[in-house]
Design a protein around this ligand. Structure first.
Ligand code: GN1
Ligand code: MG
Length: 370
């Protein structure tokens, strides 16, 4: 198996015992590789980078290198002053000292350390869990707050720039196959009109950015529930994983995405639409955790766009899943036909719930005073 061959390119002590699939990522292929020596065992995370999505894997790894190095230094420096051991995965070099290995098909592989004695959940488990998710994101923003954006490459141009997803949608709609998919179900038509009704509003953050109200900072890009590791021993958040999308962006993309993911306890693949809602208690807990650990990452004007960002990133993900469904599932991996349509419907439903609770969400934001 290719993964087993590639696992052995990295500078890891011992003999490879097994390589097995890990997690439910929608983009990369992820494995757990176990190595043993005659007296110990080490488990590492091995990933094949999806080159169709990340067309510049070398630059992506350069971003990851810079960000982890910066964060590790700061974590060590601050260690004695903080109440827990925050962690972040580290890149494991190849035997030649590189951050990635290339296989004979030209695919890029990397190995990173695994955050041990900790667990990431696909869906939020409790109010305390939500608070920990917010704490981890807050801490991550604090860690990157003094890293200049100019040092990071834009490895995914257009990522989280909501209007930039319309050309893909429109291109898919212009093909006979895209039209056939749109017209094949009432569900698809309903998602389509949901998206159309909000097209004009969808540039709200980009317009604020263009007016100079919001500025770019290093962001995580994908702070969903499943990317936050919770310590098995203390039940506290310990690390954020999946650093592929770390790049310049707005903190709003992260805060919006984190709330979108964490405050929907039914998860992204839920089959029962009556269960999908934006939970306000989880929202409040997450924001409290974020506030406690972000150390004033947000300006006053940033705060004015917090309601919009959670609505927008949820809308955007519905748009991204739906555009991919119409385009024939070329971006997000699927396990069954129609999965991207289903995912788009879940996010659409969640977005409606956010819109219905706008005044309560705004009240929570005021109360927490981020
Ligand atoms: C993708 O593959 P994964 O799970 O890390 C996607 C995110 C979405 C997420 C939804 C690079 O993340 O933007 O929010 O699916 N990542 C990329 O589950 O597009
Ligand atoms: Mg990701």
């Amino acid at each position: 198996m290719k993964a087993a061959v590639m696992a052995q390119q990295f500078d890891i002590e011992g003999w490879l015992v097994t390589v097995e699939p890990l997690g439910c990522g929608n983009v990369n292929d992820t494995y757990l590789a176990i190595f043993r020596t005659v007296f110990s065992e080490v488990k590492v995370v091995l990933q094949k980078i999806n080159k169709r999505v990340f067309t510049e894997p070398v630059l992506l790894m350069q971003n990851m290198h810079l960000v982890t190095q910066h964060a590790h230094k700061k974590l060590i420096a601050e260690r004695e002053r903080v109440e827990r051991i925050w962690q972040l995965p580290k890149i494991i070099p190849t035997k030649e000292g590189l951050d990635y290995a290339i296989d004979d098909d030209g695919e890029y592989w990397r190995a990173i350390t695994r955050i041990a004695s900790a667990h990431a959940y696909e869906e939020v488990q409790s109010v305390d869990h939500a608070r920990e998710i917010g704490s981890v994101l807050g801490n991550f923003h604090h860690l990157l707050s003094d890293l200049s954006c100019d040092l990071l490459y834009d490895t995914l141009p257009g990522f989280h720039i909501t209007p930039s997803y319309f050309p893909k949608l429109d291109a898919a709609l212009a093909t006979p196959a895209g039209q056939a998919r749109l017209n094949s179900s009432q569900a698809a038509k309903t998602v389509m009109s949901f998206i159309d009704q909000r097209r004009e509003w969808s540039s709200i953050l980009e317009d604020a950015k263009a007016r100079g109200e919001l500025s770019m900072q290093p962001i995580h890009g994908d702070p969903k529930t499943a990317n936050v590791m919770i310590d098995n021993i203390t039940s506290k958040g310990t690390a954020i994983i999946d650093l592929d999308t770390v790049k310049p962006g707005l903190l709003h993309y992260d805060i919006g995405d984190c709330l979108r993911s964490c405050c929907n306890p039914a998860g992204e693949e839920c089959k029962d639409f009556t269960k999908i809602l934006f939970d306000l208690d989880l929202c409040e807990a997450l924001l409290k955790g974020y506030k406690e650990h972000s150390q004033n990452a947000l300006t006053d004007i940033d705060k004015e766009y917090l309601y919009d960002c959670v609505r927008l990133i949820t809308y955007e993900l519905a748009l991204r899943f739906f555009a991919d469904y119409l385009a024939g599932d070329v971006y997000f991996k699927i396990r069954h036909d129609g999965q991207n349509l289903h995912r788009a419907r879940v996010q659409t439903q969640l977005c409606r719930s956010i819109e219905a609770r706008e005044s309560q969400i705004r009240r929570i934001l005021k109360k927490i005073k981020l």
